[in-house]
Ligand binder design. Structure first.
Ligand code: AMP
Ligand code: ZN
Length: 666
């Protein structure tokens, strides 16, 4: 078999496995075998750049960086949809259409209205060539590289007769679980959580680095083919065709023979909407016969043959009593609306997040305003609007705080971020309390029995000033505090003492260095072995660690450059807290110590991870990119040409798998 045939066969096979896994949910090979095949293909492609294919399965991992997204005019305008809110609206719509068409009855399709970012995909000869956002409906942004990383978007279609060129539309959504997981990670790393799945989905499409998009669990649901329709006559057939071609069409659509069937579908989903793994905000009803769709045509902004039915979200009006500003552990400020308590969806709502200053400006909020409050399926109550008719003539506009509500320091806002921060990290009480709460949390030092209120109390009374002082805390210090019985005070001091056994990587996480979550802490602990090594590491050597970028490296440097942090670490050391890696993690030999390796390509006797493991086990270090600190580049088969060039230009020795083994056995 020649190389071209081999590459082609592998690509076909991987496209097919991708479809089975992501679209049909019925894989026939293990993830490991898939990864192996993908690695083989990648290696073949790297070695044979002449056979580059922008739609190869290897392109899904991303990596392309788009600095400016090109504006592209849609070949077919992307209209919005008319909205309806009740059954009568739909009956009126049906009557208008029947009159217009001179018929007495119509049939429909009912589809869920996915709440995400709309996308228009164009395929030429079965290959995805362009993905454009809706934009203003007339022109949008080309985000092809980013969309290619989404596994439910087929890059290549080979099933059945397909038009030479066609456009298909759908919605890119972020399922609720994926959204929650992303936010969990962000909070853990001291970053602000994202607002909602929809905004996060559309924001993702505009990320410059497509490998970041690849890391997000986005999905693409298709709902409309725009093409010469000789292949189908109804929307129902079009949906089935899209699904046959390999697109992901969520299975909940139905054919409704009459408007009564439509109503039945609405009844079902009004009940069940919150049980879906993704958010929907209604149902889209479309005239099923495409011939009728064509006759009905479009108004200036929407098709006459389709209607969005918006679910009633329970909305109540209440009065804004005030705005308070909460300060988080990292100093991030969250404005919170204080509301006149009101019953909503079975619970009393008194507060709603106002997110950030842009959100408040967007609402054009005044004090004492009457606002509408809604509860979305999952998320905390949100303010969706202001009733201007009920605004008091003398009320004042809500102007965002300029100083910290707790310590009165001037707030700052970084140009790239929506959030304001209190920069007084060492003096601001809620930040200090937040850091101690983080320090003792379960995944960090796991010190039980100290609630946030108790911490606040002992800090306000200057019994402790920072987490490091916890280790000097005595039962006698604690007992005078309200609510603390002798027994619980004893339990607390015992838990604090026990925490000196917590392994170093968790201690590192507990310190609360911004962007150093659990995973990063583990990496740093493993790579550097001790707190002193990390504190003294240069930005460059921090960055040479696999997956540690400049943002993390700078944050680590900033942390250790503060005198107070260094003092705290000395206190922890004095208390006997683990500040270096336990012995069990020490290398099994020191043959490779002092050497730095970069591993690239495919190896015949071990996987790349095994190779990295071997290096570390023998005292060597592995980095992801080549620098002048690199001792050896271990080159497998079909290593990328860029890596080779860089190694050569820096004079880094390139060794083969065999030479590596010799090095180990020497
Ligand atoms: P709107 O933005 O409220 O005007 O609604 C129109 C948008 O609904 C379209 O641009 C699509 O992005 C979105 N949408 C979600 N699900 C569907 C669907 N099943 N059929 C058509 N449009 C949909
Ligand atoms: Zn402050």
């Amino acid at each position: 078999m020649d190389i071209a045939t081999e590459i082609d066969a592998l690509r076909k096979e991987l496209h097919e496995h991708n479809r089975r896994y992501y679209i049909n949910d019925a894989p026939i090979i293990s993830d490991q075998v898939f990864d192996q095949k993908l690695a083989t293909l990648k290696a073949l492609e790297d070695a044979n750049p002449a056979f580059f294919d922008p739609n190869s399965p290897t392109q899904r991992v991303g990596g392309a960086v788009t600095k400016n997204f090109r504006t592209v005019v849609h070949k077919h305008r992307m209209y919005s949809l008319d909205n309806s809110y009740n059954r009568q609206d739909l009956l009126d719509w049906e009557a208008r259409m029947c009159k217009n068409l001179g018929v007495t009855q119509l049939d429909y399709t009912c589809e869920l209205k996915y709440d995400g970012a709309s996308i228009s995909l164009t395929y030429n000869n079965g290959q995805l060539t362009q993905a454009i956002t809706r934009g203003d409906g007339i022109q949008g942004d080309e985000v092809t590289q980013n969309v290619k990383t989404i596994h439910t978007v087929p890059l290549k279609i080979s099933n059945g007769p397909i038009p030479k060129e066609f456009t298909i539309r759908g919605e890119i959504v972020l399922p609720i679980d994926g959204f929650k997981a992303m936010n969990k990670l962000r909070i853990e790393q001291g970053e602000e959580p994202y607002m909602n799945p929809r905004n996060t989905a559309s924001g993702s499409l505009k990320l410059q680095d497509s490998s970041l998009v690849a890391a997000r669990p986005l999905e693409c649901f298709l709902y409309q083919i725009v093409a010469d329709r000789s292949l189908f006559n109804t929307q129902l057939e079009a949906l089935k065709t899209a699904s046959n071609w390999g697109f992901y069409v969520p299975k909940h659509y139905v054919h409704a023979a009459t408007m009564n069937d439509v109503f039945e579908f609405l009844n079902i989903w009004e009940e069940k909407r919150t049980s879906l793994p993704y958010e929907i905000d209604g149902v889209v009803i479309k005239v099923n016969q495409l011939a009728f769709q064509e006759q009905l045509g479009y108004t200036a902004k929407s098709p006459r043959w389709a209607m969005a039915y918006k679910f009633k979200t329970e909305t109540v009006e209440t009065q804004l009593e005030g705005v308070v500003y909460q300060v988080g552990r990292t100093g991030a400020i969250t404005p919170v609306a204080q509301l006149n308590p009101v019953l909503l969806g079975g619970t009393i709502v008194k507060r709603a997040s106002l997110h950030n200053s842009d959100f408040i400006e967007g609402l054009d909020l005044y004090f004492k305003d009457t606002v509408s409050v809604e509860k979305g399926g999952e998320i905390i109550p949100k303010i969706t609007g202001v009733n201007l008719k009920k605004r008091f003539p003398d009320s004042q506009r809500v102007v965002y705080a300029t100083t910290c509500p707790e310590c009165h320091t001037r707030l700052v806002r970084h140009p790239e971020e929506a959030q304001h921060y209190c920069p007084n990290t060492s003096g601001c009480l809620p930040q200090r309390v937040g850091r101690v709460a983080h320090f003792i949390s379960r995944k960090a030092m796991d010190i039980d029995g100290l609630g946030a209120e108790t911490i606040q109390l002992i800090m306000q009374n200057n019994i402790i000033n920072s987490y490091a002082d916890l280790y000097n805390l005595t039962v006698r210090d604690l007992i005078p505090l309200e609510r603390l019985a002798e027994k619980s005070a004893q339990n607390i001091t015992a838990a604090i003492a026990a925490s000196t056994k917590v392994p170093f990587s968790r201690v590192l996480y507990a310190l609360g260095i911004r962007y150093v979550g659990q995973t990063v802490a583990k990496k740093l602990a493993k790579e550097f072995g001790s707190i002193d090594a990390i504190a003294n590491a240069s930005t460059e050597s921090l960055e040479s660690v696999d997956e540690i970028g400049s943002r993390i490296a700078e944050s680590v440097k900033a942390f250790f450059s503060l005198e107070e942090n260094r003092l705290r670490i000395e206190q922890l050391r004095h208390a006997g807290v683990q500040l270096s890696q336990e012995r069990s993690d020490e290398p099994s030999s020191t043959k490779l110590s002092g050497m730095r390796f970069v591993v690239s390509g495919v190896f015949s006797t071990f996987s790349r991870d095994e190779l990295k493991g071997l290096i570390e086990q023998h005292g060597g270090k592995v980095s992801s990119s080549i620098s002048n600190k690199t001792t050896y580049l271990v080159a497998g088969d079909n290593m990328g040409p860029a890596k080779k060039l860089k190694a050569e230009s820096l004079g880094v020795s390139i060794i083969s798998e065999l030479q590596f083994k010799e090095l180990l056995n020497s």
